[in-house]
Design a protein around this ligand. Structure first.
Ligand SMILES: [Mg+2]
Length: 199
């Protein structure tokens, strides 16, 4: 799957029949500037705490996070979530806007039903959305704590579909990550669009 730019996305939406559109947030509507280097330190401490340093070293952070949730379930998931929350709350530097997409959303908030499904935290999302003056643009904003597992788990999409009584064929998921946004859409059996806001 290849990534397309914002102009292509807008053209795609306008030439299709989707009525309900779910956006990823980071790297889709904005680029969040978070100093993730702290996450590396926190993750190393977490690995030490649970004596999984070897696993982290050999398999990398993505496999490590996945392993933690799968192998050690709820208690460990909380530790992992706390790590992300701490990183976002303490090391949030600001954001870069996808101005064309933000303009499109603001102009069309009455024509379509827009939603946000993000793996970021509540504080980060609320701060950013209010700063962008977009609080009235979205029917629902879901963040990582609203679901039992973040994307690619399809639970967030399914929650929106169920609560709003949406038709799957009219619903589109937009995001920058093939492994989280697009994979979640495929599991929820809705169409998706892979975007690169920097193109
Ligand atoms: Mg993203």
């Amino acid at each position: 799957m290849f990534k397309r730019d914002t102009a292509e996305l807008i053209e795609f939406i306008e030439s299709s029949d989707y009525t309900d559109i779910i956006f990823d947030f980071d790297e889709t509507i904005v680029q969040l500037l978070i100093d993730w280097s702290y996450l590396k330190i926190d993750r190393e401490q977490l690995a030490k705490k649970y004596e999984e340093e070897e696993y982290l070293k050999e398999n990398g952070w993505y496999a490590f996070d996945k392993m933690l949730v799968e192998k050690y379930s709820e208690e460990w998931k909380k530790d992992l979530d706390k790590m992300f929350i701490t990183a976002e709350e303490n090391h949030f530097l600001g954001l870069n806007e996808n101005t064309d997409l933000i303009h499109f959303i603001k102009e069309n908030a009455k024509k379509y039903n827009f939603y946000v499904l993000s793996n970021n935290t509540q504080n980060t999302l609320y701060k950013a959305i209010s700063e962008l003056e977009m609080t009235k643009c979205f029917h629902i904003v879901l963040w990582r704590d609203n679901v039992s597992a973040p994307k690619p788990n399809p639970e967030g999409i399914e929650t929106i579909i169920k609560s709003q009584k949406l038709k799957k064929e009219n619903t589109l998921m937009i995001g920058d990550s093939e492994t989280s946004d697009i994979a979640a859409a495929q599991r929820a059996e809705i169409d998706s669009f892979l975007i690169d806001m920097h193109l």
